[in-house]
Design a protein around this ligand. Structure first.
Ligand code: FAD
Length: 491
């Protein structure tokens, strides 16, 4: 298996090692790359799920497609590394059959039975630890569920009927913007008298895990939409979005899509960061190293927090530029730990304020029979956040703050998304007013250029499903546009 330049792995024996083995790494890195004079039908920038699905859809319709990707691998913010027989999901992880676009990919490639459930009951330490405002208490998962149900439902019940009125169709393209001016902090202030101090601490931890923080920069809309997407029940979101993951790892799905596209004629170039996009009667793309490529249409899947690093000529519309400058609030850390022995396999935790990390979830045991725990922090640059570079001791401290008792840490695995030049953050969570002001504008093609990314999809925006949806939708728009070009004007 190839090793990516990305990802970090620590054990007491090896110390910190940069780079992780992954089947997402593409070899050779270039394939059938066209010359500067060749006019392609479409260039797709970015090999995350949006770019992969778009490339496949176009390639199987016999379009001449070139995929350009800055990294050495496919998957973008979703990829896994296999170490000693265990799949560590470095980014996007949990998907579900209630996420229609990604489930379609699972079933299309015969992966409909390829599931594993993260929650593993029956371990020796089968409880939840809440560390809130200096106090730590252990409680049953039933009590944890009750607390989640009460706080999350109270928070989201803005219309008195648990959003069935305010967000009747959560997958619809119609905007629900009535509460968009409010931040999560505004909403906490509205319901403060309905919750105890401990419950407020719990809720803040839940919200910071969703949006990275700070709470007054996190729009209320995304939290409400997640509740509605969870089937209008307080526990639905966790059941759908924090429970099942592909057993053979996310990169298996990505690889199937990529291989299908290549079989259908896709040309590609990895380790090829794009610097400039010029649109005229056709599109010219210039890479950082000065290579140029030409196409009739362009699908750009670069995420919100790094789109501002690309030069567009002519410049993008003022609304798109404002949307990009606001960005996503979510810049959290996700860190995997292997703890000695299987006894913690049913443990979970929340800490607010945490000490670098705010949540932990045991997710199965490794082949060596150690407990695998996946943890999340708030945004790395926020008050309780944590920078990961040269900070293994800080990372261990952050976990110890959540643990009810010290454990022997045998392995740490992570991807430093905050310092990642191709994402500058993790999943998308939008600030107040963003959806009402900018969502439609981001989805609007400009000339020959379509921006497509999970960060501004409808439905499961900010999730893998939203990326697959944007891939399908953008490819379909391009096919329509190519068909509507009169034959006489074709080059
Ligand atoms: C830590 C973490 C946990 C997550 N957990 C979940 C989860 O459990 N479930 C879920 O559904 N979602 C989750 N997500 C969100 C999910 O991973 C993303 O929404 C989804 O992968 C985005 O796909 P995309 O194709 O839209 O964007 P990306 O995956 O970001 O793809 C964009 C691509 O563009 C490339 N690119 C950027 N700049 C350039 C450039 N200048 N030149 C060339 N290429 C460039 C990038 O390298 C990248 O490959 C998580 C994300 C992270 C990071």
């Amino acid at each position: 298996m190839q090793t990516s330049r990305e990802g970090v792995h620590w054990t007491p024996r090896t110390g910190v090692v940069q780079g992780l083995p992954s089947l997402s790494v593409i070899e050779p890195q270039q394939f059938h790359v066209p010359g500067a004079e060749e006019l392609l039908d479409v260039i797709v920038i970015g090999a995350g799920y949006a770019g992969l699905v778009a490339s496949r859809e176009l390639a199987i319709q016999q379009k001449k497609v070139l995929l350009l990707e800055g990294r050495d691998r496919i998957g973008g913010r979703t990829w896994h590394s296999t170490i000693n027989g265990f799949n560590y999901e470095m980014g996007g992880t949990w998907i579900h059959w209630h996420m229609p676009h990604i489930y379609h990919e699972m079933s299309r490639y015969g992966l409909q039975d390829d599931w594993i459930v993260s929650q593993t009951p029956g371990g020796e330490q089968d409880f939840f630890t809440l560390t809130s405002y200096g106090q730590q208490s252990n409680m049953s998962h039933e009590r944890e569920n009750e607390m989640f149900t009460k706080t999350w439902a109270t928070f989201c019940n803005v219309d008195g009927v648990l959003l069935r009125d305010a967000m009747t169709y959560p997958l619809s393209a119609e905007l629900t913007t009535k509460y968009d001016h409010l931040s999560c902090q505004d909403r906490i202030n509205q319901i403060r008298d309905q919750l105890t101090q401990q419950e407020i601490g719990f809720l803040e931890g839940v919200l910071l895990q969703m949006g990275g923080g700070p709470l007054d920069r996190m729009g209320l809309t995304d939290a409400l939409r997640w509740y509605a997407l969870g089937g209008f029940t307080p526990t639905g979101l966790n059941d759908i979005a924090l429970s099942t993951r592909p057993k053979s790892g996310q990169s298996t799905i990505a690889r199937k899509i990529f291989d299908h596209a290549v079989r259908s004629g896709l040309k590609y170039s990895f380790s090829t960061p794009v610097a400039k996009i010029e649109d005229g009667s056709y599109v010219t793309v210039t890479t950082r190293s000065g290579q140029t490529f030409m196409s009739k249409k362009l699908i750009c899947t670069i995420p919100l927090n790094v789109l501002g690093d690309i030069t567009f000529s002519p410049p993008l519309s003022p609304l798109k530029r404002a949307a990009i400058s606001q960005g996503s609030t979510q810049k959290c850390n996700k860190i995997h730990f292997d703890l000695a022995g299987p006894d913690m396999k049913s443990w979970s935790s929340l800490g607010s304020p945490g000490k670098g990390l705010i949540s932990a979830l045991a997710d199965n045991t490794t082949p060596a029979n150690d407990t695998h725990v996946v943890t999340f922090g708030p945004s790395a640059d926020s008050k309780q956040g944590m920078k990961l570079k040269n900070n293994i001791e800080g990372i261990k401290d952050a976990l110890n703050h959540l643990l009810p008792f010290k454990r022997d840490i045998k392995r740490i695995v992570y991807h430093d998304w905050f310092n990642d030049e191709f994402s500058k953050g993790t999943w998308c969570y939008l600030p107040p007013d963003w959806v009402s002001r900018y969502l439609k504008a981001m989805q609007q093609p400009e000339g020959n250029v379509i921006l497509a990314n999970a960060d501004w999809s409808n439905g499961w925006r900010g999730w893998i499903d939203g990326a697959a949806q944007q891939g399908i939708e953008s490819a379909s728009k391009v096919v329509d546009a190519l068909q509507s070009v009169p034959k006489s004007s074709r080059l």
